[in-house]
Design a protein around this ligand. Sequence first.
Ligand SMILES: *[C@@H]1O[C@H](CO)[C@@H](O)[C@H](O)[C@H]1NC(C)=O
Ligand SMILES: *[C@@H]1O[C@H](CO)[C@@H](O)[C@H](O)[C@H]1NC(C)=O
Ligand SMILES: *[C@@H]1O[C@H](CO)[C@@H](O)[C@H](O)[C@H]1NC(C)=O
Ligand SMILES: *[C@@H]1O[C@H](CO)[C@@H](O)[C@H](O)[C@H]1NC(C)=O
Ligand SMILES: *[C@@H]1O[C@H](CO)[C@@H](O)[C@H](O)[C@H]1NC(C)=O
Ligand SMILES: *[C@@H]1O[C@H](CO)[C@@H](O)[C@H](O)[C@H]1NC(C)=O
Ligand SMILES: *[C@@H]1O[C@H](CO)[C@@H](O)[C@H](O)[C@H]1NC(C)=O
Ligand SMILES: *[C@@H]1O[C@H](CO)[C@@H](O)[C@H](O)[C@H]1NC(C)=O
Ligand SMILES: *[C@@H]1O[C@H](CO)[C@@H](O)[C@H](O)[C@H]1NC(C)=O
Ligand SMILES: *[C@@H]1O[C@H](CO)[C@@H](O)[C@H](O)[C@H]1NC(C)=O
Ligand SMILES: *[C@@H]1O[C@H](CO)[C@@H](O)[C@H](O)[C@H]1NC(C)=O
Ligand SMILES: *[C@@H]1O[C@H](CO)[C@@H](O)[C@H](O)[C@H]1NC(C)=O
Ligand SMILES: [Cu+2]
Length: 593
Amino acid sequence: MGFSIAKVLLLSLCLANWVASATVHFPLVLTWAKRNVAGFTRDIILMNGLYPGPPLELNQGDNVVFDVTNECPFNVTVHFHGIEQLGTPWSDGVPGMSQVPIREGHSFRYRWTAHQYGSYFYHAHHRGQLEDGLYGPIYIKPAASQEKPFRLIANSTNQLEAMQAAEAVTKPVIVTDWRLLNSEQVWAGEEASGLDAYCANALLINGKGSVSCLPQSLLNNLTASSPFLQQVLGNETLTSIGCIPPDIVSGQGDFPHNFSAVPPSLFDDCVPSNSPHELFIVDPAKQYISWDLISAAGVLHCEFSIDEHDMWVYAIDGQYIEPVRVNAISIPNANRYSVLVPLNKPRGDYTIRMVSGSPQQILNTTATLRYTGPPQLNRTSHPWITLTGANATADTIILNDFTTKPFPPVQPAATVDDTYHLTIGRYNASYRWTLGNASFDLALEESRPLLFDQHAIPSDLIIRTKNGTWVDFIMQVNSAPQPAHPIHKHSNKHFLIGQGTGIFNYSTVAEAIQEIPESFNLVNPPLRDTSATLDAGPEPVWMVTRYQVVNPGAFLMHCHIQVHQSGGMALALLDGVDEWPTVPPAYLLDSGF
Ligand SMILES: *[C@@H]1O[C@H](CO)[C@@H](O)[C@H](O)[C@H]1NC(C)=O
Ligand SMILES: *[C@@H]1O[C@H](CO)[C@@H](O)[C@H](O)[C@H]1NC(C)=O
Ligand SMILES: *[C@@H]1O[C@H](CO)[C@@H](O)[C@H](O)[C@H]1NC(C)=O
Ligand SMILES: *[C@@H]1O[C@H](CO)[C@@H](O)[C@H](O)[C@H]1NC(C)=O
Ligand SMILES: *[C@@H]1O[C@H](CO)[C@@H](O)[C@H](O)[C@H]1NC(C)=O
Ligand SMILES: *[C@@H]1O[C@H](CO)[C@@H](O)[C@H](O)[C@H]1NC(C)=O
Ligand SMILES: *[C@@H]1O[C@H](CO)[C@@H](O)[C@H](O)[C@H]1NC(C)=O
Ligand SMILES: *[C@@H]1O[C@H](CO)[C@@H](O)[C@H](O)[C@H]1NC(C)=O
Ligand SMILES: *[C@@H]1O[C@H](CO)[C@@H](O)[C@H](O)[C@H]1NC(C)=O
Ligand SMILES: *[C@@H]1O[C@H](CO)[C@@H](O)[C@H](O)[C@H]1NC(C)=O
Ligand SMILES: *[C@@H]1O[C@H](CO)[C@@H](O)[C@H](O)[C@H]1NC(C)=O
Ligand SMILES: *[C@@H]1O[C@H](CO)[C@@H](O)[C@H](O)[C@H]1NC(C)=O
Ligand SMILES: [Cu+2]
């Protein structure tokens, strides 16, 4: 009898799969062309002629055939951020890890199954090319069986239906920073000057925005209200792009620098522009709009807020959470926040404000939320946040990321099999970094992929795990000041179980919990694909992530500040070495076809 039940179950599962899943073909042609972004023309990577890239829309369970054709005059790869690549580690898009780079004039076919639901994005994963604009949204519509969290907040059936209707037509909103130099010019500038290029030139919403040059008197006034900036700056002032100047030793560490080799616009030389900004037209009859905020930023946190409006954050990194009502979200690089915005204000125009959420720069942009119909609002809207991302009112609620809870509840294991201590710090130069004991040289991207050859790179850059085991990463930011580092683990999500300031002087989480239980959550911690450390302001900081190895393959863990990744803040995880996958011959032959 057991047998026949199993058979029926298997049959119905197959049937469900057969009914639900489709194969979705997505061709992406990459070209290198001059475009005006933020009011300035530079070379960028276009995707099917577009920037940002076209959205990939899927149903949970779909099979994806993603064909990249590289018409750029350099090697590229494409990664699917947050997609766990269960059983398809060769489609993760990381050079030196899961594939060799796609050469000029060549194509590569990525194939994977959308086991997960929610908001993700695709982006460049070769050298600094993310900062050349190669990114676009991915949305996976949840299967009907997926439990949703809206009933936790809805006060009526009508409201619940409006929320579900808004989610059904959710729209991606890409937030990002932008540089006037292309990624190779930035990297060359770092190598020549020895400096970490920690500032951007503009912030963009859906690829639109301008360069603002805030008056020096305003920058100085804002500095005066920030104890952190006052302490770091001493008797200096922010540069014309609102950036901590690069000659401040505490900002760059005590390494050799050549200030005459700094290219214009990397830290200073603000030139304002006046480019169109994004306009969102919304119909208040719908009661809610749903947006998937996706940060494709290379440098800065993007703090996002809509004047006078609430946002109900209902998913983070594609994973539903118990919804929380906020007025501003400081979005770390590569995270996604899905929000419902109640359209319950007088008809009119409301300013959407986005500012740098990173302490090393004051930078801002705006967009407009416009209600359809005759305007009732006869004034400019009131901001929730200031230009430095602080609360502009006594009522402003800024999301506290660490307290969000996955929905339905999901819990990490109480104990782990292995613990690794990883040092996040500078290595031999201001622009080179470690995540562990060594720095991941950018040239290793051109080496033989670890998926094909587990010994292709130095062993101090590799962690080997067994399938099914639970692992802790205790990450110590070893000096201050350092900006928050958004650490992304490829493949399956991890739990962010603890964080704090100072030096983590315990050998395991179990030991630390005896002394500082308040710094940990093993009950319902955030479940993410990217977790940012706190800013190391006056003091060093630490963070602990925990995950179960479920998907054998070679996966990168790295900082999502692009210049930090290029500078070596990365580590190779060889997950499930005891169940190592056999790579299909087509992938060994480097095309995926
Ligand atoms: C481009 O990638 C190929 C492998 O596909 C590699 O052999 C070559 O060295 C790379 N070129 C550069 C300039 O890195
Ligand atoms: C439901 O009502 C409570 C109590 O008035 C309120 O706090 C909450 O914001 C309401 N929920 C929504 C989605 O408006
Ligand atoms: C800066 O602050 C001074 C003194 O509070 C004030 O007079 C001045 O108008 C401010 N300047 C700007 C641009 O906000
Ligand atoms: C700023 O302070 C440094 C020491 O902290 C000093 O050497 C320098 O002369 C000062 N510069 C000015 C313009 O006061
Ligand atoms: C510093 O950079 C300038 C400009 O690129 C260069 O001419 C000079 O030789 C460099 N100095 C050193 C010590 O490398
Ligand atoms: C940045 O803020 C300033 C001051 O509020 C404003 O004048 C400017 O338009 C903003 N910049 C952009 C690009 O919206
Ligand atoms: C806005 O209100 C003011 C004063 O109440 C009035 O003078 C003005 O005409 C109004 N403007 C619009 C566009 O309705
Ligand atoms: C910001 O929040 C703090 C703490 O709640 C409060 O003391 C302060 O007055 C608020 N700022 C403004 C401008 O209301
Ligand atoms: C450290 O930097 C110096 C130049 O400042 C360079 O000569 C040396 O090779 C570097 N060492 C390592 C291990 O990268
Ligand atoms: C870092 O070095 C320590 C001490 O030699 C060693 O125990 C640890 O395994 C190393 N970590 C990595 C990731 O290589
Ligand atoms: C790896 O472990 C996970 C979790 O225990 C399991 O679901 C999966 O089937 C295993 N994979 C292989 C290839 O053994
Ligand atoms: C651990 O670090 C804290 C500060 O972060 C310090 O107060 C404490 O004394 C340290 N404990 C040990 C055993 O060194
Ligand atoms: Cu970083």
